[in-house]
Design a protein around this ligand. Structure first.
Ligand code: NAP
Length: 307
């Protein structure tokens, strides 16, 4: 029986682990299917306070883990396959083993939403990317396409103009979800062009093993055409990693955990931290802060229970 299990090893989970370990809770961190979380996919992080010259994302998150381990946090690689939060102790199945815990912090993050085309999936890492910061550099003077109509798409497109010879934003509607300021910034950028209302039906060239182009379709007229592309960036949002908790804690329509104030979820003893609940800020520093809050609340919950 554990005092506290933390699901996820990104900024939120690791920070929760540091606080919980220092509070002598001997937390168990289940690393999840993307150990290190989003930071492990980035390069230089320049906006995490305390590092005036920036710090590599993977180094930052690894340092957090070392810090947590120094105070007694235990890490186990694996994924939660099933959960029973209907009564305490909570039960979690991790790679076939059932683990019991008095309290739980869900810091399982949110994963990239992909278009879901077989050709797209086969070319991930070979010209298809979800992270401009990570992969933009590989497309110097190349033709870049970004899919999406939200702030992420605008932000990624603007960032990618540093590298690409052209950046084309493809969006399925003529209206944009992006904030006015971000949209206008993208529209003003001479390197950015827009294709709307259009979707990608296929990514070429699976046989060659790298991206050479896409087949586009105008969703109003049905017209299709191909366009040469070297780098395809998908920026159509994220999917919170909450599938195993569906029906057990309150989630919103998109699957994000609904906060009940502070780090509390609808189930007493289960707390949230980071992108699994936050669809707005999604920063390393806000995830770290959320991890801290969740650990403090878990500690108080366990303390109150023991009296
Ligand atoms: P988002 O706001 O949910 O936008 C996702 C976009 O992808 C939408 O335009 C959507 O089209 C499109 N889309 C979704 N599924 C698609 C599919 N299967 N095929 C084609 N297009 C699809 O997500 P986001 O841009 O990642 O932003 C998430 C949150 O982070 C927002 O609150 C945003 O403001 C915030 N954010 C802020 C900044 C910033 O301020 N600097 C930067 C990044 C993110 P529809 O519009 O047609 O649904």
């Amino acid at each position: 029986m554990r005092n506290l299990v933390i699901i996820g090893s990104g900024c939120a989970g690791n920070t929760a682990a540091i606080y919980a370990a220092r509070a002598q809770l001997e937390p168990l961190v289940v690393t999840g299917h993307e150990p290190g979380g989003q930071l492990s996919l980035t390069t230089l992080v320049e906006n995490f306070p305390g590092f005036p010259d920036g710090i590599d994302g993977p180094v930052l998150v690894e340092n957090m883990r070392k810090q947590a381990e120094k105070f007694g946090a235990e890490y186990r690689s694996g994924v939660v396959e099933e959960a029973d939060l209907s009564k305490r102790p909570f039960r979690l199945r991790v790679d076939g083993d059932w683990i019991e815990t008095r309290a739980l912090i869900i810091a399982s993050g949110a994963s990239t939403r992909w278009l879901g085309l077989p050709s797209e999936q086969k070319l991930i890492g070979h010209g298809v990317s979800s992270c401009a910061t990570c992969d933009g550099f590989f497309f110097r003077d190349k033709k870049i396409m970004v899919v999406g109509g939200g702030d992420s798409a605008m932000e990624e497109a603007i960032f990618l103009t540093r590298f690409g010879s052209e950046v084309v934003i493809v969006h399925r509607r003529n209206q944009f979800r992006a904030s006015k300021i971000m949209l206008e910034r993208a529209q003003r950028n001479p390197k950015i062009r827009f294709i709307t209302p259009a979707v990608i039906d296929e990514v070429f060239d699976v046989d060659k093993g790298y991206v050479t182009g896409v087949r586009l379709r105008n969703v109003e007229t049905g017209e299709t055409w191909t366009r040469q592309v070297d780098g395809l960036f998908i920026a159509i949002g994220h999917i919170p990693n909450t599938a195993v908790f569906r029906g057990q804690i309150e989630l919103d329509a998109d699957g994000y955990i609904v906060s009940k104030g502070g780090a509390r979820t609808s189930v007493p003893g289960v707390f949230h931290a980071g992108d699994v609940q936050d669809r707005v800020y999604r920063q390393a520093i806000t995830a770290a802060a959320a991890g801290c809050m969740a650990a403090i609340e878990a500690e108080r919950f366990l303390e109150a229970e023991s009296h």
